[in-house]
Design a protein. Sequence first.
Length: 104
Amino acid sequence: MAAKLKKGDKVIVLTGKDKGKEGEISSINPTTGKAIVAGVNSAIRHTKQSQAGQGGRIPTDMPIQLSNLALVDPKEGGATRVGFKMEGDKKVRFAKKSGALIDG
């Protein structure tokens, strides 16, 4: 199945404590169905000081379920669903809300 959300996409959170927040996908794991979004679902991790770096309480972005994310429409803004269509001989993604092409 083709990926509806990819690394670098701007998304909005639909549910949970960060509902309504927007961010960019920094990494994605299709096997677990989760993604890490910059600035969303942050948790404090306590790390021990080492030669590599300073220890302390470091905020870390935690994975969030892909079903709780929606793509931000490039034209109108707000959440939109993603569809696929053929442009010539290439398969491209488009926003169902406005019809704008996402990649291609």
